[in-house]
Design a protein around this ligand. Structure first.
Ligand SMILES: NC(=O)C1=CN([C@@H]2O[C@H](COP(=O)(O)OP(=O)(O)OC[C@H]3O[C@@H](n4cnc5c(N)ncnc54)[C@H](OP(=O)(O)O)[C@@H]3O)[C@@H](O)[C@H]2O)[C@@H](O)CC1
Ligand SMILES: Nc1ncnc2c1ncn2[C@@H]1O[C@H](COP(=O)(O)OP(=O)(O)O)[C@@H](O)[C@H]1O
Ligand SMILES: [K+]
Length: 490
């Protein structure tokens, strides 16, 4: 959870490298530091034994030759297998390969015999096509033998920019040692799973190279937004923290109730639920802090939204895919106040992203899961990060695309990848709780990108440590503990 917020693309990583070299750091020194960090990571985590170091043709391979030297010095028995002849290597990799005085084997599954661990230094940032031939055979043999793998930079076959695999085979690592800053592929699925534990090593690239790079992708750690978290101040009252309104459903009443409780726990000054009078008691029972408002007919709806003190609206959970939901969603957006569109209020814009974009005026967050996203944006292709960014750019809303690797994207190009959500969140109603937390953040005046990042983090944090058996009702009451962690988690 801790660590730097910036995430660098492959191209930005190369720029960081170059900037460091221009600032006087030697390239071979960066490679020395990288390879040593890999050796130390393995040595710290496993009993000394025999390690097979698999080296590719580029600088990723160069890191492997360095790691081999350090591991041998630490007492490991090292088998080094290289994809290409040492003489064919270039630059820093050639320099470090010359420092290796042990034997060099051809890359083949036989090089794995007797290995207790494998270092995957085949391909990193420079992966340009799927694995084939001898490399593919070796990687498949590594997978079959289930030897623990320590990957250098990224598991070979995984693309650093999006975590997708190139071709049909990729390394599955126990741990991945990467340098300076993580890449999106370390955080997005399936890359995140294939990386295992991600270890970030400082290899001597100065922090200030980031001034020129201006990263736009972040890991959603609390440090990204905690300076703007709306802590309660002594000289204030409840109206300073906003009046959130949830439009609850008639048949599906649980979704709205979960969202209301989460909005209150998330810090909204007041939370009202607006529902037809026939179902008001369902909402009123058990939640005395909730304000219930009878909403019978469209005139009442107009009256409700004309009150400008009501500054944040949530529509969608339990709403039904109906013309009324569509009309209400558009009317709420037209107020220019903060709106969360979730669930059915997203589906009512099926195949109509332009109509949705045209309706958006103020701070708006869309919270689709993958299915809802596809319904609205059937033409958007690419990885999760790219698609969320495109949708945010096209609509002018912040887009929170849900899942294990939730992505939050802003229309200005910023994007954050959430990493603290345990799989136990795959349970009915968890999304309604998320929408409620987000509503609470918006009611308190947080900017939509901050609000969406904070909500995703708090949602994940409130599920942390619960384990099997988690249900959506458990989440809102765990928010106070999660909120206290904003200060301590970086
Ligand atoms: N940047 C940093 O901060 C630092 C980076 N460092 C390290 O450098 C790494 C990046 O090095 P890199 O640019 O040389 O790329 P790398 O991953 O070795 O691969 C390129 C070679 O592989 C080849 N090739 C690609 N795919 C292939 C395939 N499927 N099958 C066969 N061949 C394939 C490709 O061939 P080509 O595409 O040119 O035909 C080219 O020859 C980075 O991941 C990190 O570990 C550290 O040393 C310290 C500082
Ligand atoms: N495997 C998973 N790991 C982590 N978080 C998950 C997983 N599956 C779902 N979630 C999270 O749980 C929530 C589910 O939301 P949603 O799909 O809208 O469900 P519902 O409508 O039942 O509330 C989202 O925040 C999503 O990111
Ligand atoms: K690798």
């Amino acid at each position: 959870m801790s660590g730097p917020v910036e995430v660098l693309t492959v191209e930005e990583t190369y720029r960081a490298d170059q900037a460091a070299i221009q600032a006087g750091v030697q390239g071979f020194q960066l490679m020395e530091n990288a390879g040593r960090a890999v050796a130390e990571a393995l040595d710290k985590r496993m009993e000394r034994g025999c390690v097979a170091v698999l080296c590719g043709p580029g600088n990723n391979g160069g890191d492997g030759w360095v790691a081999a030297r350090h591991l041998q010095r630490k007492g490991w028995q090292v088998r080094l297998a290289s994809m290409v002849d040492r003489e064919k290597l270039k630059g820093d990799a050639a320099h470090h390969a010359r420092q290796w005085h042990g034997t060099v084997e051809e890359l083949s599954p036989a090089a794995l015999d007797g290995a207790d661990a494998v270092i995957d230094a085949l391909f990193g940032a420079g992966l340009s096509r799927g694995l084939h031939g001898a490399v593919r055979d070796v990687v498949q043999a590594v997978r079959r033998r289930r030897v623990p793998v320590f990957a250098v930079d990224v598991p070979s076959g995984v693309k650093g920019d999006d975590g997708q695999t190139l071709g049909d085979v990729a390394v599955e690592a126990r741990a991945t040692v990467t340098f300076f800053r993580k890449k999106p592929g370390h955080l997005l699925m399936p890359g995140r799973k294939l990386c295992g534990e991600v270890i970030l090593a400082d290899i001597g690239i100065p922090q200030n190279v980031l001034h020129d790079i201006v990263p736009a992708t972040f890991e959603n750690v609390a440090a990204l937004w905690r300076a703007r978290w709306p802590w309660r101040r002594p000289d204030t009252h409840k109206y300073d923290y906003g009046h959130a309104v949830v439009f609850g459903g008639v048949e599906a009443t649980g979704a709205g109730r979960l969202a209301c409780r989460a909005a209150l726990r998330g810090g909204a000054g007041l939370v009202s639920v607006a529902v037809p009078s026939a179902v008001l008691p369902v909402y009123a029972t058990g939640m005395p802090s909730l304000i219930t408002m009878a909403l019978d007919g469209e005139e009442a709806f107009g009256e409700l939204i004309s009150d400008t003190r009501k500054n944040a609206f949530l529509i969608g959970p339990g709403a039904g895919v109906t013309a009324t939901t569509r009309w209400r969603a558009e009317s709420l957006l037209d107020t220019g106040r903060a709106v969360v569109l979730d669930a059915d209020a997203l589906t009512v814009f099926r195949d109509e992203p332009a109509a949705l974009a045209a309706a958006i005026r103020g701070p708006t967050v869309l919270t689709p899961h993958e299915g809802e996203f596809r319904r609205i944006f059937p033409d958007l292709r690419g990885d999760k990060l790219t698609r969320a960014r495109k949708a945010a750019y096209a609509t002018g809303a912040v887009v929170l695309l849900k899942g294990y690797d939730t992505v939050i994207a802003a229309p200005d190009g910023r994007a954050a990848i959430n990493t603290n959500a345990p799989a136990e969140l795959a349970t009915a109603g968890a999304g309604d709780v998320l929408a409620g937390i987000l509503l609470g953040c918006l009611a308190q005046g947080m900017a939509p990108f901050d609000a969406a990042c904070a909500a995703a983090w708090l949602h994940g944090q409130s599920a942390q440590g619960f384990g099997p058996g988690l249900i959506a009702e458990d989440l809102p009451d765990r928010l106070p503990t999660a909120l206290r962690q904003i200060e301590v988690q970086s």
